[in-house]
Ligand binder design. Structure first.
Ligand code: PLP
Length: 496
């Protein structure tokens, strides 16, 4: 039986010396546990700091500071001249403070909101994690001028203008918006007022904002089928009716959409380089789309994710450059032209909606950093951005050519690669009725990360294919990888 005043208490715990957990932490955790489980009942006096320190063989200052913390958090009360006591109200069994009245109905079984339920079936998280060769959309990260970029970052973070260290401006950095407006004029023939630009943390945040601001539950969104996975899933999560629109040689098949779907609130399209088929929307289709949007009060998202990389002729003007009626939300990203971890993109918003977007951007979490925005603005103004794009265009063109040649030569019995004039990926149709999920898994098992065309689809296409990113895979590796692909795919063929 414990004899000392601290004895009963000391039964409850011990101090261990050969652990990295500091003594005050051990003491603090044990006292809290004893109070919460009722061993130290409400109103009970704690041993004096002197006695407890002596019995545990620890310093009195340690015990004192633990007691003070318990008092500060309401576990204990200090009475001058009398000592430290367990707080009165902490009687979990009987105190009405802990026994609140019950609701009549039992709690619901589900834990996540109805809105969030479809999140579980989203495949959009496949762009995260380690990458293997041919994952679509990955730039040549090893060729990014990291040293130069770090200098811009450092300057932005340590420069004399400490405003960068604050929240920045509601629409995103004015300097970056001006740099982007200049770039859009040079590269995309778009005349944009920097005040129309909202900086986002990438294209995905742009889609979230657009869906949040424009869509009501049940609204129809015409969406390219196949189409960009993460954009589609966020439209669905926002409660809209995502209606698949097939792609023909000229882009989105608008006649099909008019005949088969309700009038849309929003139309999502990738006119410069259809994701993932690679089609470029014809001029006639662009004008028809803009005209339809104007006459029907529909909005358009132009996702211009990889238009910097065009390998024949000059980059084509954006759809937005033809948009005199301001129906288009032009979305740009630096994930492909720079690197995805920069988490910067933007929306060019029709002027009358800019304020709503700026407020939404801030309410939903301003997830881009004013420091990085400032660094990027200088990087662009000094010509480093365009210089990098020019270099990558040469590198990616070579990688595209080698991949196309190797697939044509080595994988002719299983794949039909499609020529592409732009972007960072290529589509290859699968031959002999091969299933694209099976092909994707077989390739993954040999360290090759293509994507099955079916994950881009809301409605099956009736034809299977795989999407191969060429930008992130070194040209020297491609021939061997193509041989490996050929073997893996041959093992799937019915008459192997
Ligand atoms: C069609 C398309 N749009 C946009 C993006 C870029 O998304 P973010 O800017 O959020 O990285 C991607 C990248 O996966 C894409 O494939």
């Amino acid at each position: 039986m414990p004899k000392s005043p601290g004895g009963a208490l000391l039964h409850g715990f011990s101090i261990e010396r050969d652990t990295p957990v500091p003594i005050y932490r051990q003491l603090d955790a044990s006292l809290r546990r004893l109070i919460l489980d009722g061993t130290l009942a409400p109103g009970r006096k704690l041993p004096s700091t002197r006695v407890l320190a002596q019995e545990l063989g620890v310093s009195r200052i340690t015990v004192k500071s633990v007691y003070e913390q318990l008092v500060a958090e309401g576990y204990a009360l200090a009475r001058t001249g009398a000592g430290t006591f367990v707080s009165d109200g902490l009687d979990f069994e009987t105190s009405p403070k802990f026994r609140l009245p019950r609701h009549k109905a039992s709690p619901p079984d589900v834990e996540i909101s109805e809105r969030a339920r479809s999140i579980m079936s989203s495949r959009a998280n496949m762009r995260h994690g380690e990458t293997d060769p041919f994952r679509p959309g990955v730039p040549a990260l090893d060729l990014f001028p990291v040293k130069a970029w770090n200098k811009y970052l450092l300057d932005a973070a340590t420069g004399t203008d400490r405003r960068n260290l604050s929240y920045g401006e509601v629409n995103g950095s004015a300097a970056l918006r001006a740099s982007i407006a200049r770039h859009l004029s040079d590269a995309r023939s778009m005349q944009v007022d920097p005040d129309q630009i909202i900086i986002t943390s990438g294209a995905q945040q742009a889609f979230v904002l657009i869906a949040f601001v424009l869509l009501n539950k049940g609204d129809t969104v015409w969406y390219e089928n196949p189409g960009h996975i993460a954009g589609r899933d966020v439209m669905q999560i926002m409660g809209s009716n995502v209606a698949p629109v097939p792609i023909d040689d000229e882009g989105m098949d608008l006649n099909f959409a008019i005949e088969n779907h309700p009038r849309p609130t929003l139309i999502f399209t990738t006119p410069s380089h259809q994701q993932p088929l690679g089609t470029t929307m014809s001029l006639v289709r662009r004008l028809a789309l803009l005209n339809y949007a104007q006459e029907n009060g529909a909005w358009i998202i132009e996702d211009d994710y990889d238009s910097e990389f065009r390998y024949r002729g000059r980059p084509l003007p954006a759809l937005s450059a033809l948009d005199s009626e301001r129906r288009v939300f032009y979305v740009g990203t630096f994930s492909k032209s720079m690197f995805a971890a920069i988490r910067l993109g933007y929306i060019v918003v029709p002027p009358r909606l800019v304020e709503s977007f700026a407020i939404a951007r801030n309410l939903l979490g301003q997830s881009s950093s004013a420091v990085v925005e400032q660094a990027l603005s200088r990087f662009m103004d000094d010509g480093r951005f365009v210089e990098h794009i020019r270099k990558m265009r040469r590198v990616y063109r070579e990688r595209r050519d080698i991949l196309f040649d190797c697939l044509t030569k080595d994988c002719a019995d299983s794949l039909e690669p499609q020529p592409t004039d732009a972007g960072m990926h290529m589509l290859a149709w699968l031959k002999n009725g091969m299933d694209d999920q099976a092909a994707h898994l077989a390739l993954l098992s040999v360290g090759i990360e293509t994507l099955p065309l079916s994950v881009y689809c809301i409605k099956p296409l009736g034809r299977s294919g795989i999407v191969l990113g060429f930008s992130g895979t070194h040209e020297r590796r491609i021939p061997k990888l193509a041989e490996r692909m050929s073997k893996a795919l041959r093992s799937l063929a019915p008459n192997k």
